[in-house]
Design a binder for this molecule. Structure first.
Ligand SMILES: Cc1cc2nc3c(=O)[nH]c(=O)nc-3n(C[C@H](O)[C@H](O)[C@H](O)COP(=O)(O)OP(=O)(O)OC[C@H]3O[C@@H](n4cnc5c(N)ncnc54)[C@H](O)[C@@H]3O)c2cc1C
Length: 355
């Protein structure tokens, strides 16, 4: 079997890149082992235009936000199910200082920050003493629906192999790749944290980040908004549940669900939420993050048949649509990738191979 591109991984990155390449009329084969819990499957799906305690606008967000909206809207139409919805963040200030920072930023002119005009309507559901800010527009991506529907499409078109990819069995030359009977012009790694152990890309400045969240049932809470207090968000999620998270841990020693995280979240919910809730699941996954917090997209500087689309960190939902489009254009038409995203910005370290 011969295809243009062999794509490893069908998380957010492999999904959006494979769709782009098909739209360009290219042929593909996607290999994904189908693990029940990947990074994309553990994610809340939030696109929040502001970042961190200081509430600065996220990098490139004015371009990323409308692009993401258009991409997920058209993709949802194609898949026959909506996969994006507008869902603004109600930011319940935990202390007076966070309120002051929010209002300061708003007065500085950050157009994504506003105030909730009718705070009283939330008193039925939450305890809060310092008021509520509003971050808008925010979006919520139904990643679960997108991945499963696209997987089904790939399967129906004989473009998916559900198996673990093994680099040892792959022959790569400058002209192309052969893997278990599939001949491709290029191999594109969209395999999330697995790329940290790939000899072509293990020298990139990865900075793995263990993430945790809880899937929680909260009968009676409107599934119309994202509710945030400090570093915990309650997010309308799949199967009528809410996703509550998330933790970041860059010094983790194992990938087990941590009792400390669950205790911290439950203590916060017990104080903040007036409604009863039940924890249904505890999700754990590693984010493919890196030191300069920009994605990796492009072809290896020494191996023209090997590419990567990865490094989305905690912002895969907003970054992946824009850069999947850009990377596909690069592959098909040779147009440039934004230099701070092009993996060739690490040409020097990628030239010291670790085979
Ligand atoms: C708890 C948590 C919450 C998050 N919340 C958000 C959020 O609200 N908004 C947001 O934008 N981002 C969020 N993120 C980050 C987001 O999930 C990532 O940016 C994104 O999922 C990365 O997607 P990916 O496709 O690069 O990797 P992955 O989702 O890890 O996909 C890689 C795929 O490759 C497959 N694979 C790997 N190795 C092999 C192999 N050898 N053979 C076959 N298949 C293989 C895996 O099974 C997987 O399907 C969150 C992350 C976590 C952990």
């Amino acid at each position: 079997m011969e295809v243009d591109y062999l794509i490893i991984g069908q998380g957010i990155c492999g999904t959006l890149l494979s769709r782009q390449l098909l739209q360009h009329g290219k042929t593909i084969m996607v290999i994904d082992e189908g693990s029940p819990l990947s990074c994309s499957k553990a994610a809340g799906g939030i696109i929040n235009p502001v970042t961190g305690k200081r509430l600065v606008s996220s990098w490139l967000i004015d371009q990323l936000l409308p692009f993401a909206w258009d991409t997920y809207t058209s993709f949802g139409a194609e898949l026959g199910t909506p996969i994006i919805q507008r869902s603004d963040i109600l930011d319940f200030y935990p202390i007076q200082e966070t309120r002051s920072i929010f209002i300061e930023r708003q007065e500085d002119g950050n157009e994504y920050l506003g105030l909730e005009s009718d705070e009283e309507q939330w008193a039925e559901y939450f305890r809060f003493n310092y008021g509520i800010g509003k971050i808008a527009p925010c979006m919520l991506v139904d990643i679960g629906a997108m991945l499963s529907k696209w997987r089904q499409r790939l399967n129906e078109g004989y473009m998916l192999r559900q198996e673990k990819f093994d680099l040892q069995q792959c022959t790569i030359t400058n002209d192309g790749v052969v893997y278990k009977g599939v001949k491709a012009k290029k191999i594109l790694f969209c395999d999330g944290v697995a790329s940290m152990h790939n000899p072509y890309f293990d020298r990139l400045p990865w900075s793995a980040d263990k993430g945790e969240a809880l899937a929680v049932s909260i009968p009676g809470l409107p599934a119309t908004q994202i509710y945030k207090q400090g570093n915990i968000s309650i997010v309308p999620w799949r199967s009528g549940l809410f996703w509550v998270g998330a933790a970041h841990d860059w010094k983790f020693t194992d990938m087990q669900p941590s009792a400390a995280f669950r205790k911290r979240v439950e203590e916060q919910l017990n104080y903040w939420l007036k409604l009863p809730y039940t924890v249904i699941d505890h999700l754990v996954a590693q984010r493919p993050a890196n030191v300069d917090r920009k994605p990796f997209a492009g072809l290896h500087p020494l191996h023209p048949a090997v590419g990567i689309f990865n490094g989305m960190g905690g912002k895969g939902c907003s970054l992946a649509p824009y850069f999947a489009h850009q990377f596909a254009q690069h592959l098909v038409n040779g147009t440039p990738i934004t230099p701070v995203v092009d993996v060739c910005r690490y040409r020097k370290i990628l030239s010291r191979e670790s085979f």
